[in-house]
Design a protein around this ligand. Sequence first.
Ligand code: NAD
Ligand code: MG
Length: 389
Amino acid sequence: MRRISIFGATGSIGQNTLDLIARDPESYHVVALTGGKNVAQLAKDARKFGAEIAVTADPALLPELRARLAGSNVEAAAGPEAICEAASRPADWVMSAIVGAAGLAPGLKALEQGATLALANKESMVCAGPLVLHTAQAHGGRVLPVDSEHSAVFQALIGEEMSRVERVIITASGGAFRDWPLEKLASATPEQAATHPNWAMGQRITIDSASMFNKALEVIETKEFFDLDPAKIEVVVHPESMIHALVGFCDGALMAHLGPPDMRHAIGFALNHPSRADLPVERLDLVKLSQLTFRPACETRWPALRLAREVMQTGGLAGAVFNAAKEQALDAFIEKRIGFQDMAKVVEQTLEHVLAESDLASAAITLDNVRGADHLARETARALMLQHH
Ligand code: NAD
Ligand code: MG
């Protein structure tokens, strides 16, 4: 029996992970499940899967979680420290599916006890890629990508030599506004941005898909995960979302990974690695698909892509600043305090201010330094937004 924990169990990735676990319950022992505000779902799943402990991120919800778990053997806890404590409990396989920079610390704890970390939380790689990979190496743990593009690249690289890789192309659906005229973007609302043409995902990543901040994070994630020269990473808009990524080799071969837009493939791949197992995903009918289309990823429409290149060039803690500024701008957009296109402006200005006034570009990537950079970026972004509105 494999011991597994799921961080962010109540979210879109977490629920898809539990869907796979539920199909083969005898193979798994669930150690910890964590969630946020949805304690009803958390308690229900903790009971169903016989988890050792259920943790909500919100201490105010601990009494409700306790009440919902009354009479079961599931321990209840709350708060960020409790989440990290749960991540320290021995497990073989840990799903990191909290959204945002909050996913970093528990992921590191899981790696410190030698677990295999299935990483959906791309923010961990953006904020602290070298720290994540080094922690895995130091404790005999391993990191497997769950983001669909990175799982695709990982699979295309099996048996290959990195020195023979010429380029990596990750695809983007283009999100909710890919067919909107540019002039209309100024009036785009959070509700409109939160509808994705192909994927069913959490609200935040869906809006990030419309702004391409999601792809910007993924470009940085690609660089960190596969230790690639940024010049070798390309983005192409592919509205059908059937090809997730392609790897080009020095002999001109281009290996593509295709599959329906269903995260259970990438989650299941990480769950069964290094083997493969049957997964309940739709099989592609190429004749029915008939054609796949591609468009350039325009940096005027999606300035986030240009910012990602600048962040990679700067290095150090620029990724942590970028991500934190983006999280603040996204909050403000969701709360209708700024417009859709203001998000990229806030992030760009925050990067400029913070990097000009600090030595974060050359600072060591430690958890404390990442937290410091994150804090400074959030304060700066908030101040900038107050100034302008
Ligand atoms: P979601 O919003 O559906 O779920 C997020 C989970 O994190 C929930 O369980 C929530 O309760 C928890 N959470 C939120 N804030 C928290 C905090 N401060 N502390 C602790 N827990 C917190 O998000 P999602 O779509 O499942 O995405 C999760 C992660 O996976 C993100 O990093 C996202 O970028 C990545 N990802 C998601 C998809 C997808 O298809 N949904 C695909 C690729 C990558
Ligand atoms: Mg992705």
